[in-house]
Design a protein around this ligand. Structure first.
Ligand code: 5RP
Length: 236
């Protein structure tokens, strides 16, 4: 499954492999989105195929659903599962309090719904994702297509009034057209540099008409399994 891996892929793989320890026979498991979460899905697929692990997986994107089925994991919807034992997902940034920025892959809405409906959320990440203060990675905000430029202007005005350092916002593109999420929405990326009060910003953003969800995961993550390029793993 692994062959010769670059240090970054090795870091992602060893984190994902170790995180399979959180999964037990019979569990309902939320399956994250992104390149690190894809390693996790492949590792779980191997355990299903070769070791008879029986799990039901709830994917957080159409991409992950497709991969999970390819590797032999039984896929069910969140409403069929009702509640999950654990969700394992990647992140774009995590801090010492295990708060996260997610949504680099555009799946933050399903990811937050699934993680919130789980007994435990475990993040798998390479060490490059660890930050002192969230915000170097542009904060993804999912917005409805209707009036998205008006929503963008409202977000920018609000950032000014909150005295946030970086205030540029960009529409995420897919070639010449705006990126479209699994729910048919768009993503605005907020270039903030440093988020002073992540909890407050998350609350303010979600109160705006037109905003569906933001990529700040505050008090949702229970553990981060961190991989290094030399194969070491640490759990935060
Ligand atoms: C997708 C996500 C991903 O988990 C995040 O972007 C990390 O991805 P990767 O593991 O490829 O670095 O939030 O919406």
């Amino acid at each position: 499954m692994t062959g010769e891996l670059s240090p970054i892929d090795k870091a992602k793989f060893v984190a994902a492999k170790q995180a399979t320890d959180y999964v037990e026979d019979g569990m309902r498991v939320g399956l994250g989105t992104g390149s690190t979460a894809a390693w996790l899905v492949r590792c779980l697929g191997e355990m299903v195929r070769d070791h008879g692990l029986r799990i039901k997986g709830v994917p957080t994107s159409t991409r992950t659903a497709q991969l999970a089925r390819e590797v032999g994991i039984e896929v069910i919807s969140l409403d069929e599962a009702k509640w999950l034992d654990v969700t394992i997902d990647g992140a774009d940034e995590f801090d010492a309090d295990l708060n996260l920025i997610k949504g680099g892959g555009g799946a933050l809405l399903q990811e937050k719904i699934v993680a919130t409906a789980s007994d435990q959320m475990v993040v798998v990440a390479d060490i490059g994702k660890e930050v002192e203060t969230l915000g170097s990675f542009p904060l993804p905000v999912e917005v409805v297509p209707f009036g998205w430029q008006t929503t963008q202007a409202l977000i920018e005005e609000t950032l000014v009034s909150m005295d946030v350092l970086g205030r540029t916002t960009t529409m995420r593109m897919n070639g010449a057209a705006p990126f479209v999420t699994d729910e048919g929405n768009h993503i605005l990326d907020l270039h903030l540099n440093r988020i002073g009060d992540a909890r407050q910003l998350a609350m303010v953003l979600n109160q705006m008409p037109g905003v569906v969800e933001n990529g700040l995961f505050i008090d949702i993550c229970d553990a981060v399994v961190v991989g290094y390029g030399d194969g070491r793993v640490e759990v935060r």
